[in-house]
Design a protein around this ligand. Structure first.
Ligand code: FE2
Length: 376
């Protein structure tokens, strides 16, 4: 048995030096923020929230903020070449730059993490306007990805100072997506354990689950993964590393095309995965297809579930069970032309794990896509 489960301990929460209240937002650096925002509204059901650009005093870039329930995405594009945002896109293509975390004290978060070895990205800065104050600070994590600490308890505005409300007549309805369940990072060879140490030592996270290449392998390729969680469990970051197989690991393909380490997928929670995925498919989101044979035996493995199997089979939704319940999940194809970032849609019905029982079916589906691209 290669999977290791470390049960959560409430004693860790009382001396949590980095109390996190959840994900504040995810910021993507993209080649065309206007079109990206339109895509996430149209395809995923986000609503317009805020805008910053030359009209609001931000001269070198523009940002569009969209929201769906507790999910907030920011899309940022540079207005000229040769600046850090343009360089990031040149190197990585469209991708996640910032995993922003909500804190009650951004100065303390910076102090506590940098004192423990975190590399500063943004010294604490106070942003103020008529609606109050937001304090930001930040540290680096894997690749060019960063964590920002966002303190917004004294702010009543639409997003943060520098942004104005983005009003539009085009407001597609929600698809039922609720919040960020977890964000997965792909790191290079032998980099999983150093990154696990970073989350433990610098950010006070715990390793709650581990999978080795025996758990996550197919006939051809393999990877290893460790799930890191903060004290209250609101923020979970699984870390993947490639492992040796007969052919190229999907994590290696990501590293090749992203130009280094970065966010592989963001998992978004829903309360009704059949309704949500039906809406997403209608709006053009593409998901990995799962062979029919998966459904012939899945109920033998996971036992009784509340849902009818037929819609799950039709949509390609995967099912897994752990000691605490079950979960339903599905994975999109990459949402840009590079085979890099994709999304997971997940509905938890008690289960706190990540779908280990689906790894084989999932990775075989990924390999078919990888093979079609000539990268297996
Ligand atoms: Fe996931």
């Amino acid at each position: 048995m290669q999977t290791t489960i470390n049960s959560a301990s409430s004693s860790n929460i009382t001396n949590d030096f980095l109390p996190l209240e959840g994900t504040d937002y995810v910021e993507f650096y993209v080649g065309n923020a206007k079109q990206a925002a339109h895509y996430y509204k149209t395809a995923f059901g986000f609503q317009s929230l805020a805008y910053a650009g030359p009209e609001t005093g931000m001269k070198d870039k523009v940002s569009y903020v969209v929201r769906q329930h507790k999910l907030t995405f920011v899309f940022t594009t540079p207005l000229r070449s040769r600046n850090p945002v343009a360089d990031h896109i040149y190197r990585h293509g469209d991708g996640v730059k910032v995993l922003a975390l909500k804190v009650s004290n951004a100065r303390a978060a910076f102090e506590e993490t940098t004192r423990r070895g975190g590399q500063p990205y943004l010294e604490p800065v106070s942003l103020q306007d008529d609606d109050g104050e937001v304090v930001l600070s930040g540290i680096h994590t894997y690749g060019d990805t960063v964590h920002l600490f966002v303190e917004r308890e004294n702010y009543n505005g639409i997003f943060m100072p520098g942004f104005r409300e983005w009003k539009t007549v085009y407001n597609p309805v929600s698809t039922g997506l609720l919040y960020v369940d977890h964000c997965v990072g792909n790191v290079g060879w032998n980099q999983m354990n150093p990154r696990v140490q970073f989350y433990e030592q610098v950010m006070g996270f715990r390793n709650i689950l581990s999978f080795d290449d025996k758990d996550i392998s197919t006939e051809y390729s393999a990877l290893m993964s460790k799930v890191m969680s903060n004290g209250n469990g609101y923020v979970k970051f699984p870390i993947n590393e490639p492992a040796e197989g007969k052919k190229k690991s999907q994590v290696e393909e990501f590293l090749d095309f992203y130009g280094g380490e970065g966010v592989q997928h963001v998992a978004m929670a829903t309360g009704n995965i059949v309704e949500t995925v039906t809406a997403l498919v209608d709006r053009g989101v593409e998901f990995l297809s799962i062979p029919e044979s998966y459904y012939d035996s899945v109920l033998d493995r996971v036992g009784k579930i509340d849902e009818d199997l037929e819609p799950l089979r039709k949509l390609g939704i995967l099912i897994d069970r752990d000691d605490e319940g079950y979960l339903l999940q599905i994975f999109s194809k990459p949402v840009e032309d590079r085979p890099t970032l994709f999304f997971e849609i997940i509905q938890r019905k008690g289960a706190k794990s990540f779908g280990k029982g689906n790894f084989k079916a999932l990775f075989e589906a990924l390999e078919r896509e990888q093979d079609a691209r000539g990268n297996l």
